[in-house]
Design a protein. Structure first.
Length: 255
């Protein structure tokens, strides 16, 4: 009898456990919504580039660099034939010395009353004018050699040695070396949450390279037609991708 009663209680306990929910099932965990991934197109561009123009109209004696070559800051990019400018400077220097002697003579004569105030003033003016003309030619002489304003790569060359470009004609296009920048065109709605310092991922179309970039500037204007604005970012490391390559920028907007 006792054995049957014990079996009854065991069976009742098992039934109770099966019909009641387990302790683990009653715990409700908060649901975390994943951030929404948003994409935009972007392109790598040089941090700085410069069009190097001819400062004068004269024959080129040397144009040593070609597209793709690296040049250091201060390297000689082009050299002009400046024999005529040098001759002008020599002539003006001699003229200035002659007029300086005339001024010194007029000063001595003025002391003894042999020269008037007007003669002294005119002699001084002529001397100073010759000095100013010589300074102008000295400045032109400095333009006879063109130097690289920063370290970078030659991306274009428009003239060769022994040609005579006009003043202002393009000689080289120089692209600064180092880590490039990333330009991304994004919807205007992103201005609500995107800030400088935001880090996002970028995938290059042609090579599949993936790297991270940090937002450094946000455009202050929105295009009225496309309702987009520009994001400028800098890769957190130097990518293998080259300037001009494009790809997809991936952002995680807050939910």
């Amino acid at each position: 009898m006792r054995f049957k009663l014990r079996l009854f209680f065991i069976a009742a306990g098992l039934a109770l456990c099966l019909n009641s929910p387990s302790q683990g099932a009653t715990i409700s965990l908060p649901q975390i919504k994943p951030s929404q991934e948003m994409t935009a197109r972007g392109v790598l561009r040089a941090r700085e580039s410069a069009d190097i123009s001819a400062p004068m109209s004269a024959q080129l004696l040397d144009m040593p660099h070609k597209p793709g070559q690296y040049v250091a800051s201060g390297a000689e990019l082009a050299r002009f034939d400046c024999r005529q400018v040098e001759a002008e400077l020599t002539a003006l220097t001699q003229k200035h010395q002659t007029l300086r002697l005339k001024y010194e003579t007029a000063t001595e004569l003025h002391k003894y009353g042999a020269a008037g105030e007007l003669e002294l003033a005119l002699a001084k003016s002529d001397m100073q004018y010759a000095s100013a003309q010589a300074n102008i030619v000295e400045i032109r002489l400095k333009d006879c050699t063109v130097y690289a304003p920063f370290s970078g790569y030659i991306t274009a060359r428009d003239h060769s040695a022994f040609e005579t470009p006009q003043a202002g004609n393009l000689l080289y296009t120089l692209q600064r070396a180092g880590r490039p920048e990333l330009s991304v065109i994004a919807p205007a709605a992103w201005t609500d949450w995107l800030e400088s310092g935001y880090i996002f991922g970028f995938t290059v179309d042609d090579t599949g390279e993936v790297f991270e970039a940090k937002v450094i500037r946000l455009g202050i204007t929105v295009d009225p037609i496309s309702q987009t604005f520009e994001i400028t970012a800098r890769p957190t490391r130097t990518p293998k991708a080259r300037v001009g390559m494009s790809g997809v920028a991936r952002f995680e907007a807050p939910s």
